[in-house]
Write a protein that binds this ligand. Structure first.
Ligand SMILES: Cc1cc2nc3c(=O)[nH]c(=O)nc-3n(C[C@H](O)[C@H](O)[C@H](O)COP(=O)(O)O)c2cc1C
Length: 191
């Protein structure tokens, strides 16, 4: 069975983004072996002076290397993250920084970088409080994930986004969640 990694950066119980992601992942679990990485605020250390020095001396903790290898070896990725501060939670960025390891997720031949990941498609699932659409200048999550997909060689990026969540009635929010699930299940047919 091919491998799917789910990066869950939903950050709290009752997350609407997670409510959209779960049935989609349940559907994908029929075709993929699924591993979930659930991020908390302090799951990974912020990359700074100490970690850079360790990396320069050739040391990266074994569990980080193992997780990065799993990411590099995954056939598909699902990233679920709410829209925070016009982007996504920093815990997700910290996760990306920890996984962005030379000769595991990407390489550099002295002239240009190449992605080393096996992944062919990424599904990014999000909900936004304001009425901001994917690809608008105010929406800075998708451009970043697309750029990282290039660095790591993750293939095609597909997006399921629901907007205006914080200015909708509970009934409208439920409809939006259902709409997100339907869009994701449609994508899952050919994912
Ligand atoms: C810390 C934080 C920052 C947020 N920043 C934004 C923002 O910049 N723009 C926006 O449209 N919504 C913002 N929101 C609203 C969320 O995107 C919205 O409520 C979303 O549906 C939350 O998803 P969740 O239920 O999965 O946590 C923010 C919410 C939180 C908690």
């Amino acid at each position: 069975m091919e491998k799917l990694i789910v990066v869950d950066a939903c950050m709290h119980e009752g997350s609407r983004t997670r409510k959209i992601m779960e049935p989609i992942v349940a559907r994908l679990a029929k075709r993929y072996s699924v591993e979930k990485i659930v991020l908390e605020a302090d799951s990974y250390p912020v990359v700074g002076k100490r970690i850079l020095e360790e990396r320069s001396s050739g040391y990266v903790p074994q569990e980080i290397v193992e997780t990065a290898k799993k990411v590099a070896d995954a056939d598909r990725l699902v990233i679920a993250a709410p829209f925070w501060d016009m982007s996504y939670p920093s815990a997700l960025k910290v996760f990306f920084e920890n996984m962005s390891l030379f000769n595991i997720t990407f390489a550099n031949n002295g002239k240009e970088f190449t992605g080393l990941c096996k992944c062919k498609k990424v599904l990014y699932i999000t909900t936004r409080g304001m009425d901001i659409k994917t690809g608008e200048a105010l929406e800075q999550a998708t451009p970043y994930i697309r750029a990282l997909s290039r660095l790591w060689g993750l293939g095609e990026l597909l997006v399921v986004a629901e907007e205006n969540m914080d200015y909708s009635t509970p009934e409208q929010i439920e409809l939006k969640i259902r709409d997100g699930i339907e869009k994701g299940l449609k994508i899952a047919e050919n994912f």
